[in-house]
Design a protein around this ligand. Structure first.
Ligand code: RB5
Length: 143
């Protein structure tokens, strides 16, 4: 389980991020990288802030939420040290950890209901990387 979770969202996902903070704050150290209001903002700004923080602390992970989750995942995966997974099911979340060692979970607040989103987050946080052949494949990702 990660020690610290870095969270970020754009305006489309503020309610979901705040709900996740409430659900997680008793069990994890959380760092909220914004946005903090419903005013329109640009998801890359938030994605880069969260990803820089995750890259600096290998024992942490990130959760990024926008309307679809797509913008956040595209922005996050531009970082060399980030493996971001856009998940819409608990199975996606488990496999993103077991096979891909994902260190950032992306969610779409306009696509995924809040109850399912919380279950996806719990699956992500409680699943370990399997290593072995999956590590060999991760080693081939760098270009
Ligand atoms: C914001 O309107 C929306 O474009 C953003 O939240 C996200 O879905 C982009 O990928």
């Amino acid at each position: 389980m990660p020690k610290t979770i870095h969270l970020g969202c754009d305006h489309a996902a503020l309610d979901m991020k705040n709900a996740l903070i409430k659900a997680l704050e008793a069990d994890y150290a959380l760092e909220d990288h914004g946005t903090y209001t419903a005013e329109s903002c640009d998801y890359p700004d938030i994605a880069h802030a969260v990803c820089r923080a995750v890259e600096q602390d290998s024992e942490s992970c990130g959760i990024l939420i926008c309307g679809t989750g797509i913008g956040m995942s595209i922005a996050a995966n531009r970082h060399q040290g980030i493996r971001a997974a856009l998940c819409t099911t608990e199975l996606h979340a488990r496999l993103s950890r077991q096979h891909n060692n994902a260190n950032v979970l992306c969610l779409g607040a306009r696509m995924t209901g809040s109850v399912l989103a919380e279950a996806i987050v719990q699956a992500f946080l409680h699943t370990d990387f399997e290593g072995g052949r999956h590590q060999r494949r991760l080693d081939k990702l760098a270009i």
